[in-house]
Design a protein around this ligand. Structure first.
Ligand SMILES: Cc1ncc(COP(=O)(O)O)c(C=O)c1O
Length: 399
């Protein structure tokens, strides 16, 4: 088998399972899992209705390029959402449906990395979504981790990377709002990434799957295509963005997203996908069309997350320092020994959270996840409040 498979690291949830192995939480306390970033709000009913109405399509193979209606709707959504000039996102060659961003992110790296060039590198934030690393390793590139420093707003310092590393860089991953930090990359930051990409000739892959989950209704997070468009990059040279319905519409099981950007990159990616056989099923595409056309359910989704942050953050602040993140649905808390905290909280209070060290890698400055845990506010308001109450009790008891 492919020897590169041996370089893959255990997934954070596998490590969490080992950490909690043999632990026996109090039998009378209901389990509250706040570890996985799996949205649990009720999705709008019209998505399931459109899905079932499209089941007659099961008799046809889907095309890799996707349905023209879906491509038109997603291109129009990008233009509306990011204030792009009408017609600047061409549905025919600038968007492609994917089976969720996880699949798209992974597959894109396989198509993008050129191992005939020496010491291919894929740069990524640290902590990060583990698919970036696995995709880089399997493609034969070296993952290079850029620490997200809390003092720099949890944004990797692009200017701290030396020119030799940029010259080896074939792809830079950005994630905004970030998982697990919730940090939003401002326009100036994205512009800087694009300048570096032009100077050193690499691709910027912007994971924007949390772009619709933000706190301030008047300040949606900017996107890479928006900045590229404003900078005069008419065909979004070297840029690809990844969007998903999983978080926006709370349908992680639908497996629906899209990739958009530079048509020359998408043409190669489309060719790759044809052979990989990862065309999005027609019924999934049909269910996705109304989801990208409606913003009412997305605003309601944000309201529910806002309600949870408003309830939970003041409670936790009684015992811990808590930053309110600009986007996504995580708290990235400083707790001391993160593994001991996660295990203790499970054993004593039956609440599951992820140790930060599992979500990041050791660099010269240590592991930027050490001493933190990630808490996903995906459960109901009542469960999140109950979990916060138990976390407070746990912290007080362990002092
Ligand atoms: C940063 C990030 N990117 C991508 C994904 C994948 O989402 P999906 O494949 O459901 O679109 C996740 C899921 O948790 C994530 O946290």
């Amino acid at each position: 088998m492919n020897p590169r498979l041996a370089s893959l690291r255990p997934y954070p949830f596998e490590r969490l399972r080992s950490l909690l192995d043999g632990a026996t939480p109090p039998a009378g306390l209901k389990h509250i899992p706040l570890s996985i970033g799996e949205p649990r709000h009720t999705p709008p009913p019209f998505i399931a209705e459109a899905l079932t109405a499209a089941l007659s399509s099961l008799g046809s193979y889907p095309l890799t390029i996707g349905l023209p209606e879906l491509r038109t709707v997603t291109a129009a959504w990008l233009e509306r959402r990011f204030g792009l000039t009408a017609g600047s996102v061409r549905p025919d060659d600038m968007v492609l449906p994917v089976n969720g961003t996880r699949e798209g992110l992974f597959a894109f790296v396989q198509a993008a990395v050129d191992t005939t060039r020496a010491r291919a590198a894929v740069l990524m934030p640290n902590p990060f979504y583990q698919i970036y690393e696995g995709a880089a390793l399997l493609a034969g590139a070296e993952p290079v981790y850029l620490d997200c420093d809390p003092l720099a707003g949890y944004l990797p310092d692009l200017d701290a990377v030396d020119a030799a590393t940029w010259n080896r860089c074939q792809l830079l991953f950005l994630c905004s709002p970030g998982n697990p930090t919730g940090a939003v990359m401002p326009e100036a930051y994205l512009r800087r990434a694009l300048e570096l990409a032009s100077r050193h000739d690499f691709v910027v892959a912007s994971d924007e799957c949390y772009s619709e989950i933000y706190r301030d209704e008047t300040a949606p997070p900017p996107g890479l295509l928006q900045v590229a468009g404003a900078a005069g990059h008419g065909t979004f040279e070297r840029c690809v963005v990844f969007h998903s319905l999983s978080k926006r519409s709370s349908v992680p099981g639908l497996r629906s997203g899209f990739v958009a950007g530079d048509p020359s990159l998408l043409a190669a990616f489309r060719l790759y996908r044809t052979y990989h056989g990862c065309a999005v099923p027609v019924h999934t595409q049909m269910a996705s069309i109304p989801a990208w056309q409606d913003e009412v359910h997305v605003r309601e989704n944000r309201r529910l997350y806002r309600e949870k942050f408003a309830a939970v953050v003041p409670m936790l602040r009684e015992v811990l320092e808590v930053d309110l993140p600009s986007g996504a649905f995580y708290l990235w808390l400083e707790v001391g020994d993160d593994e001991a905290f996660a295990r203790g909280l499970f054993v004593e209070q039956h609440v599951t959270v992820v140790p930060g060290t599992y979500l990041a890698r050791e660099t010269a400055r240590g592991n930027p996840g050490r001493g933190r845990v990630r808490i996903s506010l995906v459960a109901s308001v009542e469960d999140c409040v109950e979990a916060a109450r138990r976390i407070v009790a746990f912290v007080k008891a362990s002092r």
